[in-house]
Ligand binder design. Structure first.
Ligand code: SF4
Length: 360
């Protein structure tokens, strides 16, 4: 690679408060308050997602995710610039090594859309640094020198904003490292700009003898349009395994019906529901978070009504870089007599006792 990773975002994206006003997504009287937020955090909304917004609905769950809100400038004392502690786990620029068998490489710092709740909101945006040729070469050297690294997660920003040529170059370089068996790409592009998830992009993600996983980020069932599902099909057609990522967001998906529809929409698109994230302690995002107890209640509702295939894990990235933990409701508790009380999907408890063979 000769120069920096440069994204290939196309025109017609909405990138500032004036764009949002001109397209009717925001009342003109709100321009000043949006400008104040825009001076702090990036704005980006693609045509594919802007088209999904219901005009005149101030609570529209698509618009809410991308239209700035003055509450973003209110910082809770517990919120952090680096909420999941990437920096403390970063031995070299652009690479995070938190778990023994996998690393994360941040290829770019730009996205097609800028989510108002983004956990890396202090680091992403136009003008933010992307990985240089030298930095990427250093990341490859690091991965090559650590034979315990089995999986490499490519993220950012959104790495699928890169050209097929850049993606293929990154894929090829990682695939050449024998002990790397899995490459996982984190992206919002299948819903944000499905037309840009071309067959060429899908091919660029694949490498002979390696497993490619694409983690698709969507938070509301309306995001999984026919175009988005077609983009997922193109990825699958080239051999990618697809899993989902969503964030539990107040006013967007914090009700059982929406979450059930979202998880079913993922499965229908060929995407296995994987993680439902509790919203991180990113600056100015308190208005997005719901109590953990509410998240657990919703997970109980999902468990009661969805198959295991459609049920994600509810996860918290423990602030400070301590890693992810599943925080969903418990379905089993140990009784004093050594038996277990197990809860069924309807909420009734049943006793289960271990029955073990002799001599074990
Ligand atoms: S696409 Fe991902 S990295 Fe980009 S703003 Fe949204 S959450 Fe953040």
């Amino acid at each position: 690679m000769k120069d920096r990773m440069t994204p290939r975002l196309r025109p017609r994206r909405l990138t500032g408060p004036q764009d949002l006003v001109e397209t009717g997504l925001v009342e003109p009287g709100r321009l000043d308050e949006l400008e104040a937020v825009a001076r702090r955090y990036a704005i980006g909304l693609t045509p594919a997602l802007a088209e999904l917004v219901e005009p005149g609905d101030p609570a529209d769950p698509i618009a809410r995710q991308f239209v700035p809100d003055p509450r973003e400038l209110i910082r809770d004392p517990a919120e952090r610039d680096d909420p999941i502690g990437d920096d403390a786990m970063s031995p070299i620029k652009g690479l995070v090594h938190r778990y023994p068998d996998r690393v994360l490489i941040k290829l770019v710092a730009v996205c097609a859309v800028y989510c108002r709740f983004c956990f890396r909101r202090e680091r992403v945006g136009p003008g933010s640094g992307s990985l240089s040729e030298a930095d990427f070469a250093a990341a490859l050297d690091y991965v090559g020198a650590h034979p315990e690294i089995w999986e490499v997660i490519l993220t950012g920003g959104d790495p699928l904003t890169l050209s097929p040529r850049r993606i293929a170059a990154a894929t090829g370089a990682l695939a050449a490292i024998d002990h790397v068996k899995v490459m996982r790409w984190h992206t919002r592009m299948p819903v944000a700009a499905p037309e840009q998830v071309t067959r060429g992009i899908a091919r660029a993600l694949m490498a002979e003898g390696k497993t490619t996983v694409v983690a698709v980020h969507a938070n509301h069932p309306r995001e999984l349009t026919k175009s988005a599902r077609d983009a997922c099909r193109r990825l699958m057609a080239e051999g990618a395994m697809l899993v989902s990522q969503s964030v539990l967001l107040k006013g967007v998906n914090d009700d059982a019906e929406t979450l059930i529809d979202l998880m079913r929409a993922f499965v229908e698109a060929g995407v296995k529901p994987y993680y439902l994230h509790h919203a991180d302690l990113a600056p100015g995002t308190a208005h997005w978070r719901v109590p953990v107890a509410r998240g657990q209640e919703l997970m109980r509702a999902l468990r009661a009504r969805l198959s295991g295939l459609a049920t994600p894990a509810y996860m918290l990235d423990i602030p400070g870089g301590h890693g992810k933990a599943p925080i969903g409701p418990q379905w089993i508790r140990r009784g004093e007599d050594g038996t277990h009380a197990v809860t069924d999907p309807r909420g009734s408890e049943h006793i289960y006792a271990d029955r073990l063979g002799s001599g074990e």
